[in-house]
Design a binder for this molecule. Structure first.
Ligand code: PGA
Length: 245
């Protein structure tokens, strides 16, 4: 089942949340699961829209409670109506210095709390240009092989090459298809068998203009969309492309 996930980052849709959710909620979902990830304070607002759209958070703490000023626990996200949580986004890794160990702890706690993690992995341009993509992604998957995966609870992977995020420079469909095969092989090698078929999404400057090229190869299980997800009409055009694929 494909997923289409909106990552609003620290933005709100210019048309307003109610109008946005009414438009997106009116879409014929088909077999696509639509998830919208707003900033924390708007999780409940989205859930209350009753638009038939799932709600996700963009991050969570690796702790359930305590003296961690500014953090939000996975259990609090659940209470606020979130069913999904994005983890290890490259902006968290680079701007907020999140390392693999921290992300692995968040992954464990999210799984234990009943959230579906959307684990982001992806290389920067230096790694891509040095031909080390396969090894780099395999290492990211290996370090995320936490014990909690044994529960068999669903995990979604999002392949987001850092050089394609928010840059308008997207990976070609052929390049993504090739990389997804390598990610699948690493999952089969390093994660429990229950996750061998985990959905693998693509993210990085996905727009209505490149969605057809991306789905053409038939290996993508959906998209994690940043910039274009803030415009409900563009987001729905990507949704239509995913359904065509
Ligand atoms: P983008 O962001 O679509 O704006 O490149 C994707 C993401 O950061 O998840």
């Amino acid at each position: 089942m494909p997923y289409l996930i909106a990552n609003w980052k620290m933005n709100l849709p210019p048309e307003g949340i109610d109008a946005y959710m009414a438009t997106v909620g009116a879409a014929e979902p088909g077999d696509v699961t639509i998830v919208v990830c707003p900033p924390f304070p708007f999780l409940r607002t989205l859930g209350a829209c009753g638009a038939g759209v799932c709600v996700g958070a963009q991050n969570c703490s690796d702790q359930q409670s305590g003296a961690f000023t500014g953090e939000v626990a996975p259990s609090m996200l659940r209470r606020s109506g979130a069913d999904f949580v994005i983890l290890g986004h490259s902006e968290r890794r680079t701007l907020f210095h999140e390392n693999d160990a921290l992300i692995a702890r968040k992954l464990s706690l999210a799984l234990e709390t009943g959230l579906t993690p959307v684990l982001c992995i992806g290389e920067d341009l230096r790694v891509r240009d040095s031909g080390q993509v396969s090894r780099f992604l395999a290492d990211q998957i290996k370090v995320a092989a936490v014990d909690a995966l044994a529960s068999g609870e669903k995990v979604i992977l999002a392949y987001e090459p850092i050089w394609a995020i928010g840059t308008g420079r997207n990976a070609s469909g052929a390049m993504v298809a090739e990389t997804l095969v390598e990610i699948r092989a690493a999952l089969e090698r390093f994660w429990p068998a229950a996750h061998a078929r985990a959905p693998i999404l693509y993210g990085g400057s996905v727009t209505p203009d490149n969605v057809d090229d991306l789905v053409e190869h038939g290996t993508i299980d959906g998209f994690l969309v940043g910039g274009a997800s803030l415009d409900a009409r563009k987001f729905l055009a990507i949704h239509a492309g995913l359904r065509r694929g």
